[in-house]
Design a protein around this ligand. Structure first.
Ligand code: AMP
Length: 172
């Protein structure tokens, strides 16, 4: 995981003052490290009969789509408000500052389908938890979650409720 760690760039005060932004673009553009990252994200789920990987807009799409391909699963987008055509279901959730909304297409998952939720960064945990709840509202089963980076100081893991494991590749 050292290569992944070394290729995440800290950007202070972006996109707003006080935020230390974790820039994953150097990781994405390094063929070897990106491949290692996708392999590591998939590793816990190789024998798990995953039906779909749900990636969270927007950087979760990059990792989630590559994982779906590697696991022989489908890819489903969890998008920000107003981006998906109807019919959708949505969920509002709290961010560190303010609120946001995630949506999912109503017919994208089957009841009982085994799903992983994926994003680049776990910060306060509201985004990932909203994704989990949306998947469950469609009757699918969330068997776990994966993130590349966990920001431990923000304690997002505490908001990931239930028994499904949440795997993080690197922690800060
Ligand atoms: P949260 O709901 O607080 O866990 O925020 C997670 C979402 O916000 C993810 O989709 C991340 O892409 C983004 N995010 C939050 N904090 C950061 C950060 N410090 N650097 C990069 N992305 C972040």
């Amino acid at each position: 995981m050292q290569a992944i760690h070394d290729l995440v760039r800290d950007v202070p005060d972006f996109p707003s003052p006080g935020v230390l932004f974790k820039d994953i673009t150097p990781l994405l553009s390094d063929a070897r490290a990106f491949g290692q990252c996708i392999d590591a994200l998939c590793e816990p789920w190789r024998e798990a009969s995953v039906g779909a990987v749900c990636g969270i807009e927007s950087r979760g799409f990059i990792f989630g789509a590559a994982m779906a391909r590697a696991l022989g699963a489908g890819f489903v987008a969890l998008r920000k408000k107003g981006k998906l055509p109807p019919p959708v279901i949505g969920m509002d959730y709290g961010l560190e500052y303010g609120r946001d909304r995630l949506e999912i297409g109503r017919h994208t998952l089957s009841p009982g389908e085994r799903v992983i939720v994926v994003d680049d960064v776990l910060a306060t945990g509201g985004t990932l938890e909203a994704g989990r709840r949306l998947v469950e509202q469609l009757g699918a089963e969330v068997i776990g979650a994966g993130v590349v980076i966990e920001l431990e100081a923000l304690a997002g893991r505490a908001r990931w409720t239930g028994p499904a494991p949440l795997h993080a590749l690197v922690r800060y």
